[in-house]
Design a protein around this ligand. Structure first.
Ligand code: CMC
Length: 436
């Protein structure tokens, strides 16, 4: 970051001396005021619940221009990555800063694809869960447990350990997600097959059985790979910030990523794809497209907590570029599977059309986000609704690790420790129980 010639001056109406705050400039996006010395200089904290105006770190990984609806990974537009690269290229880019050369790609892909098997003991650990447990509950446990199985790579301050843990995590996440799915279904786990692509291998582990050969459908394989690319990173969102905060204590990378999985589960974040599909199914049960108007009235009624899931974003105040790509993929997958007349897709398009013209949504800049169409694609592929967020976690693991490793390598990094505005009791004494 570069120190700007400008500075901010903070003045106080009670006559306290004013304070100069340095301003830093990034490559793109808003400048930041450096308030690190503010408490020392004024005895005051800043107050910003939800981090509406706070940059929690400097990062060179992902850039979002929410007004333009632009998303760049290391300077490359998401549209270009989604159409010209595969997920492992994207992972290489996010980890190491650039797209791989031919040799680097061969080496990176080999390292990832050769580490896809998990310790055999993992399946006994998995058996401790109820079969009907939510896959995100299972995944939080399995990812956290990786530090017990792969404890030789847990020193977050050792660059080689971090790299090995990174490869293990992205290599093994698909295996763990597929195992969680198979366990819920009561089917045997499928061992990974290293000659398949990352997405192809995952499809086989999910939908193959030991009884017959599994043929990977290239259209579905490409669609899944695109879902992974679109979800790979999204700068300092809630789960990524969780991973950074958790990792800032020096905990091991598997534990930090498990914290990210737990955060992602929430319906305002990664859980939105599941919530969105459930919403579409509910409207369908109520009467489908004919009931869209009635549903939208509920969404706009401020006394009603119903939200249009898959719509709105803290950063995008324009169409989420990932939603456009996801809609394209949705068309391709439904055509391939002969599901062009899928009623939920028709419903989603109707909801989108109404929302984009409705004053409520226009005034608040609410547009479809990545989750609006991803559920329809995943459902068509055969992925159960309660596993949608698990697929998101699989893909986002790449971004979480890239961000965690960037933080550890940053000489300015410190343990994260926010402060508070205390609004509770001033000191008081305990009364004897009979007098309370
Ligand atoms: N449906 C109806 N109204 C909405 C919606 C929605 N989906 N999203 C925002 N609003 C309204 C909200 O009621 C508020 O109105 P008012 O100003 O009258 O009080 C205004 O828009 C601003 O909303 P906010 O909740 O203050 O905005 P936020 O930045 O805190 O929330 C959000 C962002 C994503 C949590 C929110 O838009 C939301 O709940 N969307 C639905 C859930 C969803 O799709 N989440 C996935 C996000 S993308 C994937 C990911 O990051 O994991």
């Amino acid at each position: 970051m570069k120190l700007s010639d400008n500075k901010a001056t903070l003045s106080f109406s009670d006559g306290k001396p004013s304070v100069d705050l340095p301003i830093y400039q990034g490559t793109m996006g808003p400048d930041v005021m450096d308030i690190r010395k503010l408490y020392g200089q004024t005895g005051m904290f800043t107050y910003d619940p939800g981090f509406l105006s706070t940059a929690s770190c400097q990062s060179a990984i992902t850039y979002i221009d929410g007004d333009k609806g632009e998303l760049l990974y290391r300077g490359y537009a998401i549209q270009d990555l989604a159409t010209q690269c595969d997920f492992l290229d994207t992972a290489h880019l996010l980890f190491y800063g650039d797209l791989p050369t031919v040799e680097q790609k061969a080496d990176f892909d080999r390292r990832v694809l050769r580490h896809s098997m998990v310790n055999e003991q993992m399946q006994f650990f998995l058996r401790g869960f109820r079969r009907d447990a939510h896959p995100m509950a299972v995944l939080t446990g399995l990812v956290g447990a990786m530090s017990a199985f792969y404890h030789e790579n847990t020193d977050i301050h050792n660059a080689e350990h971090r790299d090995r843990a990174a490869i293990q995590l992205i290599a093994k996440m698909p295996t763990l997600v597929a195992m969680a799915y198979k366990y819920g279904k009561g089917e045997p786990y499928m061992y990974p097959q290293n000659n398949l692509s990352y997405a192809g291998n995952f499809l086989r582990m999910m939908f193959g059985t030991p009884c017959e050969e599994y043929q990977v459908n290239p259209v579905i394989e490409k669609a899944l790979d695109r879902i992974f690319i679109l979800h790979a990173d999204h700068e300092q969102n809630a789960s990524t910030s969780t991973v950074r905060l958790c990792g800032s204590s020096g905990t091991n990378p598997f534990a930090a990523i498990a914290a990210g999985v737990a955060c992602l589960w929430g319906p305002a974040h990664g859980g939105a794809n599941e919530a969105c599909l459930n919403m579409l199914e509910d409207i369908q049960k109520m009467g489908g497209v004919a009931k869209v108007g009635e549903f939208m009235e509920k969404v706009k009624d401020k006394s009603n907590p119903v939200r249009l899931m898959g719509f709105g974003h803290r950063v995008y105040k324009n169409y989420d570029p990932r939603a456009k790509l996801m809609q394209e993929t949705c068309n391709e997958v439904l055509a391939e599977l002969g599901l062009e007349n899928d009623p939920l897709f028709a419903l989603a398009k109707k909801l989108e059309q109404i929302a984009l013209e409705d004053d409520y949504f226009v005034q608040r800049n609410l547009y479809p986000n990545v989750d609006f169409y991803s559920g329809i694609v995943q459902r068509a592929i055969g992925i159960p609704v309660n596993l949608f967020t698990g697929i998101f976690a699989l893909a986002r693991t790449v971004g979480w690790i890239a961000q965690l490793n960037e933080m550890i390598a940053d000489p300015e990094y410190k343990i994260g420790r926010p402060r508070q505005l205390f609004t509770g009791h001033a000191p008081r004494s305990i009364k004897p129980i009979q007098d309370r």
